[in-house]
Design a binder for this molecule. Structure first.
Ligand SMILES: Cc1cc2nc3c(=O)[nH]c(=O)nc-3n(C[C@H](O)[C@H](O)[C@H](O)COP(=O)(O)OP(=O)(O)OC[C@H]3O[C@@H](n4cnc5c(N)ncnc54)[C@H](O)[C@@H]3O)c2cc1C
Ligand SMILES: NC(=O)c1ccc[n+]([C@@H]2O[C@H](COP(=O)([O-])OP(=O)(O)OC[C@H]3O[C@@H](n4cnc5c(N)ncnc54)[C@H](OP(=O)(O)O)[C@@H]3O)[C@@H](O)[C@H]2O)c1
Length: 600
């Protein structure tokens, strides 16, 4: 429940807008979220029909960031959800988040924000005048707000490059933005242009029904696997502090090692994929199926298109393909904020100048922030949430941003680092590394994990936090927004990773190192978890089901060792169970009882 008199407008109710509402409530600010469609979840809300200017996944899209690394930091994803979720499950998780934190009442649907400009009193009050149109009634209104969080996404406006001869092509031409299902492409010859994640996903899906898929790339691409060593999600292995420090300080060496490892799976020279740049110089393309589709001949890699003919294309390497039925332009997106006063922020060729990719540095009052306009090596959601934690505190005045000159230096430093590391492309203008960016933001918020304190008080746990995956919960262990369930969420994360995989008992003789499952009368249950000193358990057996928290498709959801009823998740209540002074609380399971245990 908001308690201050501040009112903040949130534009958009996608993954970023939803957490913006929650963070406002945590800071006692009244959020008013305007969403132009009739639904929440943004691009994760699948629609059969494409809408101009509205981002959307395709029907089969599976997220490429794993569940423990992409959740909001105080709301783990249910244990039985797969590690890489189908888009419908991503949306389901967002719906649960909204329900759990009671966010729905703050969203106004079918309201489109049409203009945002500084109020006349801005220099004194920091207020914004927001104009919006109600799509149900047609009514246009305007209101003053104390702050604005812009959460409108950056995958809505198609980027369609000029290709010689494209207008003469007689077949079907569409952008990946408008592609939904493979129906209609059976036995067709399809050319896909662009080798980002959209190009890869379209190619793999269409190759199962089409006669031939051609995937054209002007630079090539490194292709990562979702499923890494031991079948674990790749981000659970890569997003760890030691690895991230290596990436920061020895990226050349780490790049060579990573290329070697990736090439051992399938050689990028052999498959005509190797780009002229190193593996860390591009936004990662993650696609487990592509090499299978290439080796089976259903996808053929082609050079860049030189020009189109009426029924085909000529490529830069001099080859030619005829009888092409359809062209899919998977050439990415253009972003901008057309409703925002250009004097406040202008975006040119996907370039913008914002402190921490959020704050226009020249404003007299820092009461406006852009949320989620970055492209991470990692998941968007926890970083956007951290941006919201920062923005709400800045709007409230509890956190001060650095001086004007320092903000500009930071912007220039980021630009220079990006230019040095990434191959020049309009898709590489807002890149961030998960740990580095999260740490930068967390330091401003004051919730950077206090490793010194952790090592002193609980070295075993501290080792897990430092050397293990950098779960979003890590940033709830201390400081403002501390969550009393964070420690337990970290300790039980592996349970939630394993639960959807350990679905069949193996013979005891195999000594399955991953399994802590045993069969009980009514199904499968986790026994003790060796990774968790709290000896916590998930139990699906009836009569011992103390952790069922929600329903999904009619079945009960158990969230491994996270007792949602015990851990207070209501807004403004993060610290209700924790000691002051950067302490954290753990939960110990005693039979069916879950007790709060102070670890300090
Ligand atoms: C195909 C695809 C797959 C992706 N996969 C991943 C992934 O694996 N992992 C990951 O972390 N990220 C992924 N992303 C990135 C994605 O951007 C984020 O996951 C996340 O959805 C961004 O949320 P958002 O709220 O910023 O934007 P969106 O989800 O686009 O939501 C923006 C919302 O703002 C509303 N809106 C826009 N303008 C206005 C206005 N003027 N007035 C009112 N409302 C407005 C829109 O209707 C929409 O609901 C993917 C992106 C795409 C396109
Ligand atoms: N399953 C998933 O989770 C999933 C699926 C789809 C998308 N996504 C995400 O959605 C975002 C958008 O991805 P995207 O693939 O749509 O766009 P993208 O990452 O911007 O990739 C666009 C591709 O088009 C190429 N291209 C652009 N202009 C071109 C031109 N004139 N000629 C030839 N090629 C050109 C680019 O090549 P250059 O590199 O040479 O510029 C690049 O390969 C990304 O964050 C991505 O990770 C995720």
């Amino acid at each position: 429940m908001a308690s201050s008199s501040l009112r903040v407008a949130i534009v958009g109710a996608g993954a970023c807008g939803l957490t913006a509402i929650k963070c406002c409530l945590d800071e006692g600010i009244t959020p008013v979220c305007f969403e132009r469609t009739d639904h929440k979840g943004g691009l994760w809300h699948y629609t059969d029909q494409p809408f101009e200017g509205q981002a959307c996944v395709m029907k089969s899209t599976v997220i490429n960031t794993s569940k423990e690394m992409m959740c909001y930091s105080d709301y783990p994803i249910p244990a039985h959800f797969p590690n890489y979720m189908h888009n419908s499950q991503v949306l389901e998780y967002f719906h649960q988040y909204v329900e759990h934190f009671n966010l729905e009442q703050h969203i106004q649907y079918l309201i489109e924000v049409t203009s945002i400009k500084r109020a006349d009193s801005f220099a004194k009050t920091g207020q914004w005048e927001i104009c919006y149109r109600n799509h149900s009634t047609g009514k246009v209104s305007s209101e003053l707000f104390d702050g604005v969080l812009i959460c409108t996404g950056h995958h809505a406006e198609k980027y369609v490059p000029e290709f010689p001869g494209l207008k003469n092509f007689q077949g079907k031409v569409l952008h990946a933005h408008d592609y939904r299902v493979p129906t209609g492409y059976e036995d067709k010859k399809v050319l896909i242009i662009g080798m980002g994640n959209s190009g890869g996903d379209c190619a793999v899906e269409l190759s199962r029904v089409a006669k031939q898929v051609l995937l054209s790339t002007r630079q090539g691409s490194w292709v990562w696997n979702r499923v890494s060593d031991n079948g674990l999600p790749v981000d659970l292995l890569g997003l760890r502090r030691p690895f991230q420090y290596l990436l920061k300080y020895f990226s050349g060496l780490l790049g060579k090692l990573s290329e070697y490892k990736i090439n051992r799976r399938f050689n990028h020279d052999l498959y005509s994929l190797r780009p002229a740049y190193g593996i860390w110089a591009q936004h990662p393309m993650v696609n487990d199926d592509l090499p299978n589709r290439i080796i089976s001949g259903s996808v053929r890699i082609k050079d860049n298109v030189k020009c189109f003919t009426t029924d085909g294309a000529e490529f830069v390497d001099g080859t030619r393909e005829n009888d092409i039925d359809a062209i899919i332009l998977a050439t990415g997106y253009t972003f901008g904020f057309p409703f925002l006063d250009k004097k406040v922020l202008e975006v040119k060729e996907n370039r913008m100048e914002l402190y921490k990719l959020m704050f226009p540095p020249d404003l007299e009052k820092q009461t406006l922030a852009v949320i989620g306009c970055f492209q991470p090596l990692g998941a968007v959601m926890p970083i956007a949430e951290m941006q919201c934690r920062l923005a709400t505190r800045v709007i409230k005045g509890t956190t001060k941003l650095p001086a004007w000159g320092e903000m500009w230096n930071d912007i220039r430093r980021r630009e220079a680092e990006m230019a040095q590391r990434y191959v020049a492309s309009r898709r590489h203008t807002i890149q961030v590394d998960y740990m580095v960016f999260m740490d930068e933001l967390a330091q401003l918020v004051g919730c950077y994990p206090d490793f010194f304190c952790l090592f002193k008080r609980d070295p075993v746990f501290a080792m897990k936090v430092f050397f293990g995956p950098i779960y979003p919960y890590t940033y709830r262990l201390c400081g403002p927004g501390q969550w009393s369930g964070a420690r337990e969420a970290i300790l039980t994360a592996w349970d939630r990773v394993k639960t959807p995989l350990q679905t069949r008992p193996l013979p005891a003789a195999f000594n399955n190192k991953f399994s802590h499952l045993h069969q009980c009368n009514n199904g499968w249950s986790h026994d003790t978890c060796t990774e968790s000193p709290s000896n916590s358990s998930i139990n699906n057996c009836s009569g011992n089901r103390d952790r069922s928290v929600d329903s999904h498709n009619g079945s009960k959801i158990t969230v491994a060792s996270i007792d949602h009823s015990s851990i207070s998740r209501s807004s403004n209540n993060h610290d209700s169970r924790s000691n002051s002074n950067n302490s954290y609380s753990g939960f110990k399971n005693h039979g069916n009882l879950v007790q709060v245990q102070s670890c300090i």
